[in-house]
Design a protein. Structure first.
Length: 202
């Protein structure tokens, strides 16, 4: 997943750590991600869980600033009005997909940040089609963390809208805006359908 055609890509590789195979992301003034395309109806109750560990964070990173909008670790959820729109999009970069206009796609980003409070929500500095939720920070630096979210509820809370389809889940480590360096590890990222709550009338 390219951020823009002119951006240097982040380097991703698999390594063994603590008896598990994990993904290592190394960014040197670079930005790119890995996305898994799916088609999941958001009428289902969904749960997103993942593990990550931040090894190095860009010192100047700040999600509130266009020049500082980097993060050592992100898990990104793409929502679309139609799965055909997402899968037929051949432009290949996030910057193209998020051109201003009708909200056919939006990105919900769960990010690691040391400058802003946990659970704070920030619009993308360059696109109203992006919202970032800070879910982790410096207290966990250098340690594995397991996180769990309800992406459909977070979409409604962050954007004030719903989207009928969840069409992609991605990881992204970047340091292109600050020109600095970042490094993180990612464990399994798992999206599951939850059983509906029991009907109290039954």
């Amino acid at each position: 997943m390219r951020i823009a055609p002119f951006k240097r890509p982040t380097q991703y590789s698999t390594i063994h750590e603590d008896g598990r195979t994990v993904l290592r992301a190394q960014s040197r003034a670079s930005a790119s991600g890995l996305i898994h395309r799916i088609q999941v109806n958001t009428a289902d109750r969904l749960r997103l869980t993942w593990r990550w560990k931040v090894e190095h964070a860009p010192p100047s990173a700040d999600p509130r600033s266009a020049n500082g909008e980097d993060a050592p670790a992100r898990v990104i959820v793409e929502f679309s009005r139609s799965p055909q729109l997402a899968h037929a999009d051949t432009r290949g970069s996030v910057s193209a997909m998020l051109d201003e206009g009708p909200r056919d796609h939006v990105l919900l980003m769960y990010i690691w940040s040391e400058r802003v409070p946990l659970e704070s929500v920030h619009p993308g500095p360059r696109s109203d089609h992006v919202r970032m939720i800070v879910v982790d920070g410096p207290r966990s630096f250098g340690r594995w963390q397991t996180l769990e979210r309800d992406p459909v509820a977070d979409l409604q809370s962050a954007f004030g809208i719903g989207m009928p389809w969840l069409t992609g889940v991605a990881v992204l480590t970047d340091s292109d805006n600050t020109g600095e360096a970042a490094e993180a590890r990612y464990g399994d990222v798992v999206l599951t359908r939850c059983s509906p709550p029991p009907d109290p009338r039954s």
